[in-house]
Write a protein that binds this ligand. Structure first.
Ligand code: ADP
Ligand code: AMP
Length: 226
């Protein structure tokens, strides 16, 4: 059992996805979590759900997210602490969108166990491709599935394949907000690459390839770890 969190088993798989908005983290994290049979913990989805439900967390997060800024570290660390304590995380988890700052990484170290056994995927995708992906991204507000109008279109235009709900464009995928999100990434998230280089198993992933090719790389990395 893990001393930092006695619920988490020693052989638990813990994966972190780093990379700029639009790099494909959510797409790959969902696939990997399904394949490994562990939960995907996506802080962006959790915050968007809280916003749609108008919870106290959602009310705090919404105006910050709308501007493309990062929600406060205290709120995020508390959110993750609570989520990781749930029973379905005993065998591990895939973190998508957390940590995004050094204080968040520090907070995770204190609750998620020994970082030396973690796998950290650092996605790299050129900026012009990120912009193409974000402008074409469509999102299901009901089941949170993600599509792309060209690269991963739903079977029926504008409708979620999985639950039939109407797809929407995320407010923060508009061009003016994307610029601020990329700025936040450069300033506050990029330093995490150096942070994890010496503390965990960090793997650079070329995310500018077809989804299946990227996924094959991730699976291989997980198998090597096992
Ligand atoms: P992130 O979670 O890093 O912000 P997403 O996984 O939501 O990124 O992907 C952003 C958009 O790009 C989505 O519309 C998704 O369908 C599309 N996408 C993801 N991976 C690829 C890929 N390898 N090639 C082309 N499009 C992709
Ligand atoms: P994402 O869905 O991962 O692109 O996140 C969407 C938005 O949610 C971000 O632009 C932030 O405003 C907020 N957010 C998600 N995760 C975090 C985090 N770990 N720290 C701070 N803000 C976050």
């Amino acid at each position: 059992m893990d001393a930092a969190n006695p619920r988490i088993r020693d052989d638990a798989v813990r994966v972190i996805f780093l990379g700029p908005p639009g790099a494909g983290k959510g797409t790959q994290a969902a696939r990997l979590a399904t394949r490994l049979g562990v939960p995907r913990i996506a802080t962006g989805d959790m915050l968007r759900t809280a916003t749609l439900k108008n919870t106290p967390l959602g009310q705090k997060a919404a105006p910050i997210m709308e501007k493309g800024n990062l929600v406060s570290d205290d709120l995020l660390v508390a959110l993750i602490r609570e989520r990781i304590a749930e029973g379905d995380c005993d065998r591990g988890f895939v973190l998508d969108g957390f940590p995004r700052t050094l204080p968040q990484a520090q907070g995770l170290k204190d609750m998620g166990g020994d970082p030396r056994s973690w796998l950290v995927f650092d996605f790299d995708v050129p900026r012009d491709e990120l912009l193409r992906r974000l402008s074409g991204r469509r999102w299901c507000p009901s089941c949170q599935a993600t599509y792309h109008v060209c690269y991963e279109p739903p079977k029926s235009e504008g409708v979620c394949d999985l639950c039939g709900a109407r797809l929407v464009q995320r407010d923060d995928d508009r061009e003016s907000v994307v610029a601020q999100r990329l700025h936040e990434y450069d300033e506050r998230t990029l330093p995490l690459v150096e942070y994890y280089r010496t503390r965990s198993r960090l793997l650079a992933i070329d995310g500018n390839r077809p989804m299946d090719v990227v996924f094959a790389d991730l699976l291989q990395a997980v198998e090597v770890r096992a």
